[in-house]
Design a protein around this ligand. Structure first.
Ligand SMILES: O=C(O)CCC(=O)C(=O)O
Length: 235
């Protein structure tokens, strides 16, 4: 694998898609652990005001915090570490492993940037692993705006606006998507249950709470205090 060439493409586009990166059998084991967890009726960690205003409907789960060591295997993958190092440079660090689960008939996630884009040196890297194919029947395709990691703040406006240059990603079981936290991105509405597993990482010197404030088209929201810190557009 030419890590240097992949890193170059990542920095041009603000994202990178690599199909068949992970072993399908490992992905199937991940998928059944995820289904077992969510079939048990997961805790909803976001408050209702956030869910209503953000047009986000997703339930996070941190399996490594619950001793699910199976989820270590991707985090320890030397190819993933080398690719991450080529993108973020030496001294980068892993943050956490978070499964994002969308129930059937849910909204997905409206356009957002994971952290404020004003300081280009401060950002998170999403390392998204897909344990099952995302299909037309499931819904929840990921959409991104190429190059938007260098275009500053996500435009204010309706949460469901389209961008002329948006691109739709259709990840399959075993696909790795690397996504810069400043890149404008969203998850389309979901028909059947859908998940992605995110091994977030960040460059050396990034504050641990880099993703505490998320930028949406209609607001900036701080998760730690559960408050809208800025209204945007007509919201
Ligand atoms: O699940 C996905 O495909 C994208 C996840 C996402 O939007 C995020 O981690 O901020």
């Amino acid at each position: 694998m030419d890590y240097h060439a992949l890193a170059k493409r990542f920095w041009q586009q603000g994202y990178l898609v690599i199909e068949n990166f992970f072993d399908p059998q490992l992905m199937a084991r991940y998928d059944s652990a995820i289904q077992t967890h969510f079939n048990a009726g997961p805790e909803v960690l976001f408050n209702q005001e956030f869910l209503d205003k953000s047009d986000v409907e997703v339930v996070p789960w941190f399996p490594l915090r619950e001793g699910q060591e199976l989820f270590d295997e991707v985090g320890q993958d030397p190819r993933l570490s080398q690719l991450t190092e080529a993108i973020l440079g030496s001294g980068w660090g892993p943050q956490y492993c978070m499964v994002m689960w969308s129930p059937p008939g849910s909204k997905g996630q409206a356009w957002h940037q994971d952290c404020p884009p004003e300081d280009q040196a401060h950002f998170n890297l999403n390392r998204l692993v897909y344990t099952a194919d995302i299909t037309d029947a499931i819904g929840g395709y990921t959409q991104v705006v190429p190059g938007s990691h260098r275009r500053g703040e996500l435009p204010a406006g309706p949460t469901d606006q389209d961008f002329a240059d948006q691109v739709t990603l259709r990840p399959k079981r075993g696909t790795l998507v690397l996504l810069h936290g400043h890149t404008w991105h969203r998850v389309q509405p979901v028909q059947q249950h859908r998940s992605s597993t995110n091994y977030r990482a960040a460059p050396a010197g990034t504050p641990e709470d880099i993703t505490d404030v998320c930028v949406y088209c209609n607001m900036r929201y701080r998760f730690s205090t559960e408050e809208v810190v800025e209204q945007r557009g007509l919201a």
